[in-house]
Ligand binder design. Structure first.
Ligand SMILES: [Zn+2]
Length: 680
């Protein structure tokens, strides 16, 4: 075992890579399948590649510039703020003030989590740099890291949260009458840690990693079972971040020497476990080890293993669930796996919107009750993305295509709706019905743009996965992948498709030497009339799914969501999958009273909406169960989309044009709706 580990590490070092070597190390983890590293897959796709061009040339700079205060306020709250202060807010200024030794000055730019938003953007930028090297961007980030490190260097313990230092330095971690749910001390530390790990993988640079290690070592000293402080993150996210830090040092022990302080990666895992398992524990019966918190808002209402439903602030909840699943991958503890299952089943089976949106309720930005899925729901972009990270982790744990079905629902709908086609305007809320819904350039709480960057930059990793003797095709995105199965069996895969506008997916499989393994191709639930694994939504398609190998038809028969093709593969073998992209009518479960008597339109993974720009009076438009629908590609519309039109004669109340939900709000702020009344 040890020899395998050494050989693997040596191979990684020789290859000059900083990739997540865990993919090739056998250990006690319960991981069934491994995602590829970002260095092993390259997107080359007519739908996604033009978007990456926008995200790398516009969005990442846009978010960083705006975090530095280079924005023109376009929302009332930040317009008023600028009028009052005479300037825009600058996240970097906070670090500079702390580095100058300023403390308790009652001045801080932006919300308490502004540090965290900068770190999240650095993480997204780091992942983008792996796929799209950009020396100018890397130089810019190095400059930020110098300023972050200077702010930390002022504190002998390595403590860093600019909001707390500048406004309430005696309330670190929300103690002494403070509140980490507001202060975000631990959340920001977690996001710093993630940024540091990702930036190391991208560049091999260790400065930010040293900052993170010092801060995490300090947190480990401060928090934990008595006599340490009874403190958990007011906002989840740091749990998964510490699992990543643990993984990094476990897989790269030589890296420890490059840190400025000691590294014991087991401590990082212990602290993450404490943060998860201490939820719902407010102290001992004798009053010792006390914590003032009992809130569903940050999932602290019950011990975590007793939490049967996903509750509270939807971003916090989905990120805690991601942390629980990430920990389950490391410790194979049935309590963690069961808890992750409960969260997922409740979320997907009873609380997820048809667009992949999460968090129905504006007050507390939280999950509503089961089957409470109103059209005007809140649906923060970040919550849907958190659900995406969670369901992606579940796929690593269980290798079941249904997890990627829901991942796909999120990325083609609620994720992409969060960002304009131009890449510099954003939605915070993504309701399914609105009359005057504006994208904004910047927000008083601009959490969604960094979260969008984190997900889109990570997306190539979700296209494929592998086990020892199995390859998984999870997403239909044109791409080239170069990776190895067990015993260094190298494989090259080339995927070509016009998905989601056409259903044909060509997968060329080329092992370096003829090789026996199973190619698992996800067959989406919607493609065989299983819209949702728990029938929260239902639909029917009549065209079949077809699959060929070198032109010969093979059986589809999905097992755990995948068609399995086990054979001896030769260089240049071609698999062709054809999915039924005919428009379909989707109905909600009868338990969903909020959209009773209504139906929505979809084609493939894309959910559709009617927008006022294309339809004279969307209020009066309904749909009949036997409505004839036609679908066609419009290259000049909204950067190229399929539209769905009704072909119901001359009656204008029956005619409509529907566009992908993600593309709403790019031409105007005219009304739109997803659910249509069903007419007899
Ligand atoms: Zn957000």
């Amino acid at each position: 075992m040890k020899r395998v580990l050494v050989a693997t590490l040596l191979c990684c070092i020789l290859a000059g890579c900083f990739t997540e070597c865990s993919a090739r190390i056998k250990d006690t983890s319960s991981r069934i399948i491994h995602p590829l590293s970002l260095k092993e897959v390259k997107v080359n796709d007519p739908f996604w590649s033009p978007r990456y061009k926008v995200w790398t040339s516009v969005t990442v700079y846009d978010v960083l510039d705006k975090l530095e205060g280079k924005y023109v306020p376009d929302r009332q709250d930040i317009i008023e703020e600028k009028e009052k202060t005479g300037r825009t807010r600058n996240a970097l200024l906070n670090f500079d003030l702390v580095a100058q030794g300023k403390k308790n000055i009652d001045a801080h730019d932006g919300p308490p989590w502004y540090d965290g938003l900068l770190y999240e953007t650095i993480r997204g930028a780091a992942d983008l740099l792996i796929q799209y090297p950009d020396p100018k961007l890397e130089h810019k980030i190095d400059g930020y890291i110098d300023r972050i490190a200077a702010a930390q260097a002022i504190d002998p313990d390595g403590y860093l949260n600019t909001y707390t230092t500048l406004t309430r330095p005696d309330k670190r971690w929300g103690t002494n009458g403070g509140d980490d749910k507001w202060q975000h001390d631990i959340y920001n530390a977690g996001m710093l840690t993630e940024a540091a790990v990702h930036y190391y993988y991208a560049t091999g640079k260790t400065k930010l990693l040293s900052v993170a290690v010092k801060l995490v070592n300090y947190m480990y000293k401060e928090m934990g079972p008595a006599p340490k402080k009874n403190v958990i993150p007011g906002h989840a996210g740091p749990e998964e971040a510490l699992v990543k830090l643990y993984r990094l040092f476990k897989d790269n022990p030589g890296l420890k020497k490059q840190m400025n302080g000691p590294v014991d990666e087991q401590q990082y895992l212990q602290l993450a476990k404490f943060w998860i398992e201490d939820r719902g524990n407010y102290g001992e019966s004798d009053g010792s080890h006390k914590r003032n918190s009992d809130s569903t808002y940050n999932q602290d209402h019950l011990p975590v293993f007793q939490q049967q439903t996903i509750e509270g602030h939807a971003v916090r909840a989905t990120l805690l669930a991601t942390g629980v699943a990430a920990m389950a991958l490391e410790n194979n503890d049935a309590r963690y796996i069961n808890t992750a299952d409960h969260y997922w089943e409740n979320m997907i089976g009873k609380r997820m919107f048809i667009t992949g949106g999460e968090g129905a309720i504006a007050n507390g930005e939280r999950f509503g009750n089961d089957f409470y899925l109103p059209e005007s729901a809140y649906l923060e972009t970040c919550a849907s993305i958190g659900a995406g990270f969670f369901t992606g982790k579940m796929n690593e744990l269980k290798a079941d295509g249904r997890y990627m079905d829901e991942f796909e629902r999120i990325i083609y709908n609620n994720l992409l709706s969060g960002i304009s086609l131009s890449g510099d305007h954003y939605f915070y809320e993504n309701p399914l019905l609105a009359t005057d819904h504006h994208r904004w350039a910047w927000h008083s709480c601009p959490c969604c743009p960094p979260m969008i960057l984190k997900m889109v930059s990570a997306l190539p990793q979700y296209i494929y996965a592998h086990g020892d003797d199995a390859v998984y095709v999870n997403l239909f995105i044109g791409s080239d992948a170069n990776f190895s199965l067990s015993n260094h069996r190298k494989i090259f895969i080339k995927q070509t498709t016009q998905y989601p506008w056409k259903g044909v997916v060509r997968i060329e499989v080329s092992p370096v030497k003829d090789d026996v393994f199973a190619l698992n191709i996800r067959i989406p639930g919607w493609a065989h009339s299983k819209e949702n694994p728990f029938d929260l939504y239902s639909s029917k398609v009549t065209e079949p799914v077809t699959l060929t190998v070198n032109g010969q038809q093979v059986n589809v028969n999905p097992v755990n969501g995948y068609a399995v093709i086990q054979r001896k593969w030769k260089k240049g073998d071609v698999v062709e999958l054809t999915l039924p992209m005919q428009p379909r009518i989707v109905y909600p479960n009868e338990a969903v009273k909020t959209v009773k008597g209504k139906a929505a339109l979809a084609s493939g993974p894309v959910v559709y909406a009617l927008e006022g720009t294309d339809n004279t009076s969307i209020d009066s438009i309904g749909i009949k169960k036997d409505n004839k629908l036609s679908i066609s590609y419009k290259s000049g519309l909204l950067n190229g989309i399929n539209i769905i039109t009704s072909v119901e004669g001359q009656d204008s109340s029956k005619k409509f044009t529907a566009i992908p939900f993600y593309s709403i709000g790019n031409r105007s702020t005219s009304p739109y709706k997803v659910w249509l009344p069903v007419r007899e």
